[in-house]
Design a protein around this ligand. Structure first.
Ligand code: ADP
Ligand code: MG
Length: 256
């Protein structure tokens, strides 16, 4: 049975997409079968997986509005060797179209149930908002992975996200848990990074992943080559960070 994780944080630019794409590729390197779901109309996870969002034959939009099944809409990322439910600007329309539909928060969950046996991990890249799309991601997931930059304002948005996760847990999805907080774009030489990191550990204890993703320019360069960072430069510090994070995820799901 697939374990489904939403990578969420309503702030933009905190490393959600980089985390989703690289975790997917790193899990594949650890022998796992992976589906990546791009729930952001910007389509960055799609492009970062080496798939052209402008010419892709199937997308998650078609799945959400009931035009296609996951099996029909998914495409294969040669770059990362995982399947992708792609996204592009069309997805922005789903927000409006879903208003008239029954069980609109549960559309993705329903669709993914049919491919459950095909994957070990399904990873959902959420948009930077607490919208209907993010809600579909949270309803479908067993757990949330929250990437965080260790900077002064990092903790501010976290309470809103935690409140939303609690609401979804209470009303829509009893399975949902915070799996963990992932420290990303980490600069070990910065005192502030160290302090915020220590604060996170003090507040959230075991919910903070041991793996830390350093700030590493190779991770930022990889998408322009249409490759996940862990494929583009497997020995870079960023790639090694995501490989150890993937190992930790494989370990954590054993205790779920
Ligand atoms: P989000 O999906 O939360 O908006 P992204 O994953 O797109 O965030 O990351 C925002 C920017 O930061 C991108 O340009 C990305 O390449 C860069 N980035 C992400 N993680 C790292 C990292 N560990 N080191 C360096 N740059 C990073
Ligand atoms: Mg993103």
């Amino acid at each position: 049975m697939a374990r489904i994780f939403a990578v969420a944080n309503q702030k933009g630019g905190v490393g959600k997409t980089t985390t989703t794409v690289n975790l997917a590729a790193a899990l594949v390197k650890h022998g796992q079968r992976v589906l990546l779901v791009d729930l952001d109309p910007q389509g960055n996870a799609t492009m970062g997986s080496g798939i052209d969002k402008r010419s892709v034959p199937g997308t998650v939009y078609q799945v959400l509005i009931g035009q296609a099944s996951v099996t029909e809409a998914r495409v294969f990322s040669e770059a990362g060797a995982f399947d992708v439910l792609a996204a592009n600007r069309e997805l922005a329309g789903a927000e409006v179209e879903l208003v008239q539909v029954d069980n609109r928060e549960g559309r993705l969950k329903e669709a993914l149930a049919l491919v459950d046996a095909n994957y070990d991990f399904i990873l959902i890249d959420c948009p930077p908002s607490l919208s209907m799309l993010t809600l579909n991601g949270l309803c479908a997931a067993h757990g949330v992975v929250i990437p965080m930059q260790c900077e002064y304002y990092a903790l501010e948005g976290l309470s809103d996200l935690v409140a939303t996760i609690k609401q979804v847990h209470g009303k829509l999805n009893r399975d949902l848990k915070i799996i963990g907080l992932l420290r990303v774009m980490f600069d070990p030489r910065s005192t502030l990074s160290q302090q915020v990191s220590a604060q996170l550990e003090a507040h959230f204890g075991g919910k903070v992943f041991n793996a830390i993703i350093p700030r590493n320019v190779r991770l930022a360069e990889a998408p322009s080559h249409g490759l996940p960072g862990v494929v583009f430069d497997p020995m870079s510090k960023g790639a090694l960070g995501y490989l150890s994070f993937a190992a930790e995820m494989i370990d954590r799901i054993k205790t779920l």
